[in-house]
Ligand binder design. Structure first.
Ligand code: GMT
Length: 360
């Protein structure tokens, strides 16, 4: 099949999912064209995928970016030039509207990822046009929770196609742990783009509390974004700065996540939590706030623990309970990898998307 994908490049999870899907479909012999304003961070150089940049000309007197318009033009041109048979957009704002504007003569599928529905998508500036663009189209959502939100926000029935993880890439790497912590210390990792929705300062507060519970640990932050300085400031304020490490974004997050004992998330909202799934595949249990689709990814009490949003003490307490009980931790570790492999297998999920493409 000749498949076009439109996604955000850079660090976000939606771009990662699109890039990984594109690579897999390319490996299967499909002709895949991936359009984005920049090459997705996680698209390998050797992927059998044609990357087409969406060029956005600037013009001084006009307000804002003309990205949505440029994406529409790039899609229309790509369908013609590469003979695309289906177009799959990732993240509805503005991609669904761009596809609608392009009046494509091929079936179009939109995948909803999270804040395109429950934050940006709710903004009155985008809500009407996004609902219009999604109406009548084939829409998927990365979790049941997000599909439910899309029903309320846009009146669309989205089919749930969960995200997936490559367990041959994300696996336990305990031999790498000494790169990050001293012998006898636990390693807790958080990987994100440090937007306010991730509540990273709360993770530092939880970590400071964890240390008071007699756990020797370090917190490794992987990634970058607007709240990174605030997280560092809170760490200094609470006197734990020397136990918190900040690592820049990497196209090989598996080399950090795979070394950890726990992955922490405490987001305000999380439609799926791709980093959580990557941790589970790496045999790293997840401790997170019970929001959005996380309860579809993490089995509370089996592969991780979920606490109420804002309960930073709970985040610390359940983590201490796990870290101080090696047998239980080992049970969670084994269950985490097995469950990730069984329920979030990339080949099966690529098949689901191919079915959707064939029955638009
Ligand atoms: O929706 C967003 O906030 C952006 C998006 C991204 O591009 O990072 O993240 C969402 O999509 C990911 C991939 O499907 C999910 O794993 C994330 O949970 C989701 N983020 C939120 O819901 C906050």
């Amino acid at each position: 099949m000749r498949i076009g994908l439109l996604a955000y490049g850079g660090l976000g999870g939606s771009g990662t999912v699109a890039a990984e899907l594109a690579r897999r479909l390319g490996d299967r012999g499909h002709k895949v064209v991936l359009l984005a304003e920049r090459r997705p961070f996680r698209l390998p150089e050797d992927a059998r995928v044609r990357f087409v940049p969406v060029r956005v000309p600037g013009y001084a007197v006009l307000p804002g970016s003309l990205y949505g318009l440029a994406a529409a033009g790039a899609l229309r041109a790509a369908v013609r030039r590469y003979g695309l048979e289906v177009v799959h957009t990732h993240y509805a704002v503005p991609h669904a509207a761009s596809a609608r504007l392009a009046e494509l003569e091929v079936p179009t599928v939109h995948t909803l990822h999270g804040t395109d529905v429950n934050l940006l998508g709710l903004d009155p500036a985008f809500r009407e046009v996004t609902a219009l663009a999604l109406a009548g189209a084939r829409v998927t959502a990365v979790s049941r929770s997000l599909a439910q939100q899309a029903r309320v926000a846009f009146g669309v029935e989205a089919e749930v196609v969960h995200n997936f993880v490559d367990a041959r890439r994300f696996f336990p790497r305990p031999e790498l742990k000494p790169r990050f912590v001293e012998a006898g210390e636990a390693m807790i990792v958080h990987a994100s783009n440090f937007r306010p929705i991730k509540r990273t300062p709360d993770l530092v507060r939880a970590f400071a509390h964890l240390l008071t519970l007699g756990v020797r640990a370090r917190l490794v932050f992987l990634g970058d974004g607007p709240e990174r300085p605030e997280a560092a400031r809170i760490a200094r304020l609470l006197g734990v700065r020397e136990r918190v490490r900040f690592l820049p974004p990497t196209p090989r997050p598996e080399l950090v996540i795979g070394a950890a004992d726990l992955l922490w998330l405490h987001s305000q909202e999380e439609s799926f939590g791709l980093a959580a799934l990557e941790a589970l595949a790496s045999s790293v249990p997840v401790v997170a706030a019970r929001v959005g689709g996380l309860s579809e990814v993490v089995r509370d009490g089996e592969t991780g623990r979920l606490v109420e949003l804002g309960d930073v003490y709970g985040q610390a307490r359940v983590s201490a309970e796990l870290l101080q009980d090696p047998e239980r931790l080992e049970r969670y570790r084994r269950a985490a990898r097995a469950d990730a492999r069984e329920r979030f297998d990339p080949e099966q999920i690529a098949n689901r998307y191919l079915e959707v493409y064939s029955n638009p």
